[in-house]
Design a protein around this ligand. Structure first.
Ligand code: SMG
Ligand code: MG
Length: 366
């Protein structure tokens, strides 16, 4: 595939409500979109980096800079989604920026060939079960109201964001109110240390699906120690940036579940390799979320339709975060999202909405 040029487009998407995690509060989503232009058409990719380097070390301005200065200039004359990672390998890290570029190229390539992301990746389902991630709240009644609303909408699994001071009590309250049948999990975003093991043991009676990323990103060995102490299974998110990390985590016994986010691991092809590896080892995987617009969500839903994705993902409806999505909205149907079937991601930005949320554009000739 020959690439004529790439547009970097920055958009500002207001959130319906603030979203609090152990590392900060989001009020709006500042997103970098990539539009690849080729002689045979275009392709879109969404970068999942956040405004500030709090979830991980990447941030939107940094992603835009590494793309314009190093990654886009390194594209060879002829490139495909399968070869781009090798071309970008000399540049360390910056996986979210690389993933956005690979996704846009894959979208262009698949659109030109008339194939969907789902078909290309090896999806085996035409709809995927949806979970929802619930932020840290000011009070337990407020949390119970929020969870009640999501359960009423049909979400099939609830994830509670936790942090020291907001962990055992909210989990206990949700369990008590909604019963043992509710699929429930917790996400700490690396807020604890191994010294908190005794404290985290108090989660064991609540029958969580797992606790996600309790310890620091680079604490694989400590996660293995913690996993031996807890009855609650351990899931890794931030710690897994590649298939090699997943292999190390599995060998160490650091987790029994993996959250796969294509952006975090450098793209959909690495995401699929992690899926394949975990599946071969009997490690459950599920698709994470980074508050994507419809563009990123469409590709995530396609990935979540692979056979190893045995747990509901953070693949919620557009309406979870946005009053207006930039694509036709993803809506829940009995707790599920439909896997798009059209070429590429199967979705396109709505020009009027896109224009309204755009804060800047930049064209880079390749
Ligand atoms: O897209 O629904 C979503 C977000 C899900 O909780 C979510 N993501 O650590 O898994 C995670 C967080 C990272 C982003 S929080 C601002
Ligand atoms: Mg997480």
């Amino acid at each position: 595939m020959k690439v004529k040029g790439i547009e970097l487009r920055r958009i500002a998407m207001p959130l319906k409500a603030p979203f609090r995690t152990s590392f900060g509060v989001e009020y709006a989503r500042d997103i970098l979109l990539l539009r690849v232009e080729t002689p045979d058409g275009e392709g879109w990719g969404e970068c999942v980096a956040m405004s500030e380097p709090r979830y991980n070390c990447e941030y939107v301005d940094g992603a835009a800079e590494v793309l314009r200065r190093f990654l886009i200039p390194a594209l060879p004359d002829h490139v495909t989604a399968a070869t781009v990672a090798t071309a970008l390998e000399p540049f360390k890290g910056h996986r979210m920026a690389k993933a956005a570029l690979e996704s846009a190229l894959l979208d262009a390539q698949l659109r030109a060939g008339g194939e969907s992301f789902a078909s290309y990746l090896g999806a085996v389902r035409d709809r995927v079960p949806s979970g929802v991630s619930v932020g840290i709240m000011d009070s337990i009644p407020e949390l119970l109201d929020a969870v009640e609303g999501f359960v009423a909408e049909g979400y099939l699994r609830i994830k509670l964001k936790i942090a020291p001071g907001w962990d055992i009590t909210p989990i206990a309250a949700v369990r008590e109110r909604f019963g043992d049948a509710l699929l429930l999990q917790a996400d700490a975003n690396a807020a604890y240390t191994l010294a908190d093991a005794r404290h985290l043991e108090q989660l064991d009676p609540f029958g969580l699906l797992f606790i996600e990323q309790p310890l620091a990103d680079d604490d694989l060995v400590q996660h293995a120690h913690l996993a031996r102490r807890l009855a609650t299974p351990v899931c890794l998110d931030e710690s897994i940036e590649s298939a090699a990390h997943a292999a190390a985590a599995i060998s160490l016994g650091a987790c029994s579940v993996v959250n796969i986010k294509p952006g975090r691991v450098g793209g959909y092809l690495e995401a699929r390799r992690i899926h394949d590896l975990c599946r071969a080892h009997g490690i459950a995987v599920w698709c994470g979320g980074m508050i994507e617009t419809g563009i990123g969500r469409a590709a995530n839903v396609a990935l979540a339709a692979l056979p190893g994705f045995t747990l509901p993902g953070d693949t919620s409806a557009s309406s979870r975060y946005y009053a207006t999505d930039i694509t036709a909205p993803f809506a829940l149907d009995n707790g599920h999202l439909s896997v798009p079937t059209g070429p590429g991601t199967g979705v396109e930005p709505l020009p009027d909405v896109l224009a309204e949320v755009t804060t800047s554009t930049e064209w880079i000739t390749v």
